[in-house]
Design a protein around this ligand. Structure first.
Ligand code: OMP
Length: 271
């Protein structure tokens, strides 16, 4: 999917919502356990109920691969089920020496047909560029993550006072363009999102951390939105586990709609 197609969808749906698919057998409604593939049935219901409000889906690969080969089959079926006009993110956080990254890219872009993959920048340019060689496919590079551990390395400053995440932003912009490279920026990072936006004015940001992790959607929009929105804000648990009963699909729909309505207001305000 191209950047202009993504922006067109955001405008059409008045939404920059990414629904995170983190399906955990321990957490899904109990009645689904009688289904042949409970995780697939769960994701199917979530996708059907939220597709009106979502511009992206982000299956977190860990939740599928934890189930072994069956989990990979389920992931492939889920990916195929997502409507073609909705952006798909394989949240795999990969990255390795070049020839290995190339095969990770093939796995997610060719064997499966994801639009994008999350990639860790730690191993540097040759670990990232193999993912950028696929037409209309995207790398979403970890820049400033939402978790507590982001303090361990990402905010360490060099002798000139530049934080590591800033070096990642600066350097990696030579590897890709705003048409094939996005950044992960945690919603829990408040006004630091504004610093990231200054460093990468054109790029889309994938912003996890609203909902269960407590990040503020209005702050994200205030500090992070650019003239083509430039944001995909993810919520996983806050949507998919809104109810643990038979009404879980409808409850997810309600949460997704709530976020979409807030997003509409923010788009009207800042775009
Ligand atoms: P919830 O906290 O349930 O909304 O889930 C957040 C999702 O985003 C999970 O799948 C995380 O793995 C992912 N995530 C973060 O929470 N923080 C980050 O900094 C980056 C990610 C990610 O790359 O998606």
């Amino acid at each position: 999917m191209t950047r202009s197609e993504l922006f067109a969808q955001i405008q059409q749906k008045s939404s920059f919502l990414c629904v995170g698919l983190d399906p955990d057998l321990e957490k899904i409604p109990r009645h689904l356990l009688a289904e042949p593939d409970p995780i697939f049935s769960f994701c199917k219901a979530i996708i059907e109920e939220t597709a009106d409000f979502a511009v992206a889906y982000k299956p977190n690969i860990a939740f599928f691969e934890a189930m072994g080969s069956k989990g990979w089959d389920t992931l492939a079926k889920v990916e195929e089920l997502i409507p073609a006009d909705i952006f798909t993110i394989a949240d795999a956080k990969r990255g390795d020496i070049g020839n290995t990254s190339k095969l990770y890219a093939k796995a997610f872009f060719e064997s499966m047909d994801f639009d994008s993959i999350t990639v860790a920048p730690y191993m540097g340019e040759d670990s990232v560029t193999p993912f950028l060689e696929f037409e209309n496919k995207w790398v979403i590079l970890l820049a400033l993550t939402s978790n507590k551990g982001s303090l361990d390395f990402q905010l360490i400053q060099d002798q000139n006072g530049k934080a590591l995440y800033q070096s990642v932003l600066e350097k990696s912009q030579a590897w890709g363009t705003p048409d094939n490279l996005m950044y992960v920026v945690g919603a829990t990072r408040g006004e630091l999102i504004g610093e990231v936006r200054k460093a990468a004015p054109e790029h889309f940001f994938l912003v996890p951390g609203v909902g269960a992790q407590g990040g503020s959607l209005s702050e994200v929009a205030k500090y992070g939105m650019n003239s083509s929105c430039g944001l995909l804000v993810n919520s996983s648990r806050g949507i998919i586990y809104a109810s643990n009963e038979k009404d879980f699909g409808k409850a997810a729909r309600k949460e997704a709609e709530k976020l979409q309505l807030e997003m509409k207001e923010l788009l009207d305000k800042y775009l």
